[in-house]
Design a protein around this ligand. Structure first.
Ligand code: ADP
Ligand code: ZN
Length: 221
């Protein structure tokens, strides 16, 4: 399965990050999450983090040129040679066009775009309950028994609610998705790359659906 290059599309809270991590583990693809990269920068207090902070906390998009430079550097790393999964990028038509240019320069193409779909009501419900580790980004799962303020099971971090998972930010992120990102569905449909996956169900079910939709095999080789 070397050389597979995927984009995961979908509103915040549809489970892109979870599915991307599974695809990463199973198929050994590099997982490129611009949200995670920005949160790392924020935690480390780098200039990028400082620049992104207020946009992220308010549920707005970080400016295209900042994100494009970030992804450009990331795609040049060794681990991307065997394929990658883009999670949270592109988010605007401008970013998608720049990505096409970047890949063309690297003689690479996107193989498939998976759009994970979940209703807005379900998204608001999920995000307003979501808890994460402030250090490693681990997303708390129902069986974990972890509550706000607890210590993370994976590292020494604290379990928190992301600032952008407060109700006002969630609403704004959904609006921004409608305004700026949803048109990418047509963009990739027009290129014959779009696959739609229903994002309601267990994480295992959705992984199964995604893998089937992509025509990949879960059988060990
Ligand atoms: P979610 O999908 O849950 O909204 P992400 O972790 O992908 O969260 O992104 C969190 C925030 O990081 C976004 O709301 C935005 O401010 C910023 N961000 C991430 N990726 C991009 C991008 N490609 N373009 C602009 N901003 C981005
Ligand atoms: Zn942690």
């Amino acid at each position: 399965m070397s050389g597979t290059r995927l984009i995961l599309l979908g509103a915040p809270g549809v489970g892109k990050g979870t599915q991307a991590k599974r695809l990463e583990e199973f198929f050994h693809l590099a997982h490129i999450s611009t949200g995670d990269m920005l949160r790392d920068a924020l935690r480390e207090g780098t200039p990028l983090g400082l620049e992104a902070k207020s946009f992220m906390e308010n549920g707005e998009l970080v400016p295209d040129d900042v994100i494009i430079n970030l992804v450009k550097e990331r795609l040049q790393k060794e681990d991307c040679k065997e394929g990658f999964i883009l999670d949270g990028f592109p988010r605007t038509v401008m970013q998608a066009e720049k990505l096409d240019e970047l890949l063309e320069g690297m003689t690479q193409v996107i193989d498939a775009v998976v759009s994970i779909q979940v209703s807005n009501d379900e998204i608001v419900e999920r995000l307003s309950k979501r808890l994460v580790c402030n250090a490693c980004g681990y997303v708390v799962m129902p069986g974990d028994g972890l509550e706000l303020g607890d210590g993370c099971n994976k590292c020494s971090g604290e379990i928190i609610r992301r600032k952008d998972d407060e109700p006002d930010s969630i609403r704004r992120r959904l609006e921004v998705y409608e305004e700026k990102t949803s048109s990418l569905i047509r963009y990739y449909e027009g290129r014959g790359l779009l696959q739609v996956v229903d994002g309601v169900g267990s994480m295992d079910d959705i992984f199964q659906r995604t893998v089937e939709t992509l025509g990949l095999s879960l059988e060990p080789v």
